[in-house]
Design a protein around this ligand. Structure first.
Ligand SMILES: C[S@@+](CC[C@H](N)C(=O)[O-])C[C@H]1O[C@@H](n2cnc3c(N)ncnc32)[C@H](O)[C@@H]1O
Ligand code: SF4
Length: 479
């Protein structure tokens, strides 16, 4: 077994109970799981296809066909600008000083390129213009750096060229830049949902990860958004960061309850490279923490795996009565709705197409998926040459389509119902799929899921380890 990973698992805070998954992860037969969670890549955002070198023309045909059949789609634009680079972040970013005169040109270019890319998509996929957008997201990076005229220009384009008749609009920002005026602008533009990263409510931890805002600014942003009637505010927190103790996560959870956050995303620190697994908004480089490794930095250390799972258990404990987790990592208050965009792309009865415009984006339908170029220079070159900035596309074979549907359904943490599955796949049961049925036997043996008649449910250990389940267990028999 990987002794480094095992040592990390044994790093446990004596003031808290040994985490539930400890026994499972410490067994020699669980080494695939332990190896996976030791570094942890982003594992629940893209479900790769199994046919490589898939022609782009086929990808667009598949998208067109699936979009025509789907009730709704998830549409998103990615704006990569940031005013600093967080030490954990692998996302493709363009770092700039928002006040500098030269930055204004970058913002203008970014919007121009985004509009050009979206226009090319509309030409290649004729059904896109009419497709009902279920949720529109502006992700980042830090889109809240976009100057007002540029944001207006971008939104004007999307609202005129896509079908927003049923769309909710969600915007991802960063607390230091989501000023009251900016929030007002977002509301005026039709955004009703705001999301931003706090990562922690402790200034010491926030600054150790290289961020240039305070916990107080996060709290102000939440209150300002509420005051303006933007009552959907989602805050991202990370556990496992440099200098973070189990007590610190307890503090973050106390703050979450005190602030009555409607939505909170609690993610374990991901240290593995995106590109190894092709998951997430694809990054092209390592984060600063990856480069340095899990070592002491400024006399601060990273909590080991044992502590990370103690942290995860605290999150579950604090949020168990007032919140539900759907999908994994995304918590919403019981009386609130879960994240709509996530439901659109992962709930078993939907799994509708997703179209992403911008650096590093990933688009998919049931039959194919593609990821965009992640380097800004190459991205611009492609569009300057009238090519869509797509790095690669993959097709999904009929068997893999079922596997992906099942894996996505697992990631929602909702029990997977074969009756719903059969409706999606012309009467075929997931037990008829050799990869799924073989994997299910293993997962039942490992007590990570229970299979009761037509319904497969993750056990508490299965929920905690769902990303590892999805990314290590569903292998084709010949692999
Ligand atoms: C790309 S950011 C967008 C939000 C905005 N840029 C901000 O930082 O406030 C989305 C979220 O991904 C999470 N994230 C990014 N890199 C991560 C990593 N290596 N491990 C865990 N979570 C990460 C952070 O919680 C971050 O807020
Ligand atoms: S976490 Fe957010 S603000 Fe920090 S570098 Fe990444 S995208 Fe930019």
């Amino acid at each position: 077994m990987n002794s480094e990973a095992l040592n990390s698992l044994n790093d446990i805070d004596p003031n808290y109970p040994v985490p539930r998954v400890y026994d499972f992860l410490s067994r020699p037969e669980s080494s695939a799981f332990l190896d996976y969670v030791f570094k942890d890549p982003f594992g629940c955002h893209v479900f790769p296809g199994d046919i490589s070198d898939y022609p782009l023309a086929s990808f667009f045909e598949d998208m067109d066909r699936d979009i025509k059949q789907a009730k709704q789609i998830h549409l998103w634009a990615y704006i990569p600008t940031c005013r600093y680079r967080c030490h954990f972040c692998q996302y493709p970013t363009v770092i700039l000083n928002p006040q500098a005169a030269s930055s204004q040109e970058v913002f203008r270019d970014l919007v121009d390129y985004n509009i050009k890319e979206a226009t090319m998509w509309l030409q290649k996929v004729p059904s896109l213009a009419q497709a009902e957008v279920g949720e529109f997201n502006i992700f980042g990076g830090t889109p809240s750096l976009l100057p007002e005229p540029e944001l207006r220009r971008l939104m004007d384009f999307y609202l005129r060229h896509f079908n927003f008749s049923a769309a909710t609009m969600r915007f991802e920002g960063e607390p230091g830049t989501l000023t009251k005026e900016y929030l007002r602008l977002l509301k005026e533009q039709g955004f009703t949902k705001i999301s931003f990263g706090a990562q922690s409510f402790d200034d010491r931890i926030i600054s150790a990860c290289g961020r240039m805002h305070s916990a107080e600014e996060c709290v102000e942003t939440i209150y300002n958004a509420r005051e303006l009637g933007l009552d959907w505010v989602s805050v991202d927190l990370i556990y496992g960061m440099l200098g973070q103790s189990v007590d610190d996560v307890k503090y973050d959870m106390e703050k979450t309850l005190e602030l009555e956050l409607s939505h909170v995303v609690c993610t374990k620190l991901h240290m593995e490279e995106f590109m190894k697994t092709r998951t997430g908004v694809s990054g092209e480089r390592q984060s600063l923490w990856q480069k340095k490794g899990l070592i002491n930095i400024n006399n601060m250390t990273f909590p080991g795996l044992g502590k990370q799972y103690q942290m995860r258990e605290l999150v579950e404990q604090y949020l168990s009565s007032g919140y539900r987790e759907h999908p994994t990592m995304y918590f919403h208050q019981n009386h609130q709705q879960p994240e709509k965009w996530k439901g659109i792309i992962t709930d078993l009865d939907k799994q509708y197409p997703e179209v992403s415009i911008g650096l590093g984006g990933s688009s998919k339908c049931t039959r194919a998926e593609a990821i965009n170029i992640t380097g800004y220079k190459k991205y611009k070159e492609a569009l300057d040459e009238d090519r869509l900035p797509i790095e690669g596309s993959r097709g999904v074979s009929p068997l893999q389509r079922e596997v992906n549907a099942f894996k996505m359904a697992l990631s929602t943490l909702i029990p997977v119902d074969d009756n719903v599955f059969r409706q999606r796949f012309e009467g075929r049961s997931f037990f008829d799929n050799p990869i799924i049925s073989r994997t299910l036997k293993t997962l039942v043996d490992k007590a990570l899921v229970t299979a009761d008649g037509d319904v497969v449910t993750l056990t508490p250990n299965g929920m905690t380890l769902v990303e590892a389940v999805i990314n290590t267990q569903f292998v084709t028999p010949e692999a």
